[in-house]
Write a new protein. Structure first.
Length: 261
């Protein structure tokens, strides 16, 4: 079974961090032990959009050999485990991305699903995450520049012995300038698992530092995130948002439980 996915795109701003946070939360809502990791160590923002405030130990310290991965895991909604990266440039400089390979075994032992939020570009810190997961999931926007960059990542992944499992088409609109799903699949040569529409609720939720699947569970983007999570977890698709509302006790427990183990 595929358990570790790297969420990548090549181009910046396609929605990698948004997909990692929301797909991870949706998997946790379905009761799957899920861990999401911010491997965008230079421009870390996975922890920020999930409302993590105090993160004294992060992936930076783990990859610098100064801390264990369990000390860099924090608890998010529905028991989601989050490994943030630090915000300091000094921390980024001390982190050795090559150590990510060693950290992976420890992480996969601790969860059913593991999602790595990859950086944009093709620098070393962006290339390493492409080879350490079981599969790479490409996040593509319906425009030529995003498609070409995703294709580069696909080629690069295969060159270094990784595997691209599929793509997610994010931020689709009804605009006729949008490239079609069929066109993108043909150029990319991988299946588009699902489509996430442009949805203003995504940014509203991110401003509230909460995943859209929690803040606006009935929105079209949330439905798409749950469909993708259900497919990954091998579950029937559940359309009813009520089934995944976070209750008072879960919220309280999350406030009290500051750090995961
Ligand atoms: N489906 C969507 N609808 C509306 N806004 C979206 C959607 N997906 C992502 N966004 C917004 O697009 C912006 C970029 O998203 P995000 O940070 O997830 O991209 P990224 O690929 O991680 O970027 P980077 O390459 O800089 O790491 C954010 O403001 C996010 O809220
Ligand atoms: Mg990002």
């Amino acid at each position: 079974m595929i358990r570790a996915y790297t969420i990548a795109s090549g181009k910046g701003g396609t929605g990698k961090t948004t997909v990692t946070a929301n797909l991870g939360t949706a998997l946790a809502q379905y009761g799957r032990e899920t861990c999401i990791v911010d491997t965008d160590m230079g421009m870390a923002n996975l922890g920020l959009i999930l409302g993590l405030e105090e993160t004294p130990v992060t992936l930076h310290e783990v990859l610098a050999g100064k801390a264990q991965i369990r000390d860099a895991m924090y608890e998010g909604p529905y028991g989601l485990k989050i490994v943030p990266s630090g915000l300091s440039l000094q921390g980024f400089q001390s982190a050795d991305p090559e150590r990510l390979k060693d950290v992976m075994r420890d992480l996969t032992d601790r969860c059913d699903f593991l999602l790595l939020d990859a950086p944009a570009g093709i620098d070393t810190d962006a290339v390493i995450p492409l080879s350490v997961a079981d599969e790479v999931l490409l996040i593509v926007n319906p425009e030529i520049s995003s498609l070409i960059d995703a294709l580069k990542i696909k080629i690069l992944t295969e060159m270094i012995g990784g595997r691209v499992g599929g793509a997610v088409l994010n931020r689709t609109t009804l605009d006729s300038a949008d490239m079609s799903k069929r066109q993108i699949e043909k150029v990319l040569g991988v299946r588009i698992i699902d489509t996430i529409p442009e949805d203003a609720n995504v940014r509203r939720a991110s401003a509230a530092r909460t995943p859209v699947v929690v803040k606006y569970p009935g929105s079209e983007s949330s439905k798409a995130f749950r469909r993708i999570a259900a497919e990954i977890a091998g579950l029937p698709i559940e359309e009813e948002p009520e089934a995944v509302q976070e209750g008072f006790i879960e919220r309280l427990a999350r406030t009290l439980f500051r750090r995961g183990s």
